[in-house]
Design a protein around this ligand. Structure first.
Ligand code: DC
Length: 221
């Protein structure tokens, strides 16, 4: 069994930025489970399925095979053998991932992949249900969050830097909608595990959050 660090939290809390830095510092691998849900979402979108067509997710996702590999330490997500890592970062795919991840069959498809990675490697794994459901025995669990305003403004800046046209109010509305769906779905909703450490990054720098989490790991390792 590897040493397992679980980082859960809502969209835009900085999980992936922080998890990548922590993994690098600790020499663990970083596992981005959101990217796996995004790959399935892309598969469904390519079939012309819309986020509100919930009843189609379970059957239509059956032919989606998601795997990952690492290139220069960076996780690459493969969808039926195609590297889709560059195609899954759009708001459209993120919203579809939030919608389709409510489905038990979609979640089931990714369960073994996630657990096997954590069994065979030292991992920092981020997502929504890692500490509560995927890795209940993780050595370190963190619930990383920030205010809706802060998360929206971070995402807005990120998109602007990439040259993507966006609207702050729209991003805020999307984040609220995703919070609502991710936290209130029936299966494996986003919530803080009882034994997770709560970290609000609203007024913390990236370096401060990274150090706080590395410190938690050093204490138990
Ligand atoms: O972290 P992200 O924005 O890439 O995740 C996209 C969506 O995938 C998120 O809104 C909900 C879903 N997800 C999930 O249900 N469980 C996870 N462990 C990770 C992501």
């Amino acid at each position: 069994m590897g040493f397992n660090v679980a980082i859960d939290g809502p969209a835009g809390a900085g999980k992936s930025t922080i998890a990548k830095l922590v993994a690098k510092e600790m020499n663990f691998i970083y596992v981005d489970t959101g990217a796996m849900y995004r790959a399935i979402a892309l598969f469904l979108l390519r079939k012309g399925i819309k986020p509100e067509e919930r009843e189609r997710f379970a059957t239509e996702c059956q032919d989606a095979d998601v795997t990952i590999r690492y290139e220069d330490g960076m996780q690459q997500v493969l969808l039926n053998g195609e590297n889709v890592s560059g195609l899954i970062r759009t708001e459209e795919v993120g919203n579809m991932a939030s919608a389709s991840s409510v489905d038990g069959k979609v979640r089931e498809k990714l369960l073994d992949l996630q657990r096997n990675l954590a069994r065979d490697n030292d991992v920092v794994m981020d997502g929504r249900d890692i500490g509560t459901n995927i890795l209940p025995n993780a050595e370190v669990k963190v619930y990383l969050t920030a205010s809706v305003e802060e998360r929206a403004s971070r995402r807005f800046k990120e998109l602007q830097e990439k040259g993507v046209a966006c609207d702050l109010e729209q991003i805020k509305a999307d984040i609220k909608e995703r919070d609502e769906r991710d936290m209130n779905r029936e299966i494996a909703p986003l919530k803080q595990a009882e034994d997770a450490v709560f970290v609000d990054s609203s007024d913390m720098s990236i370096e401060e959050v990274k150090e706080a989490i590395c410190e938690l790991i050093r204490k138990v390792k």
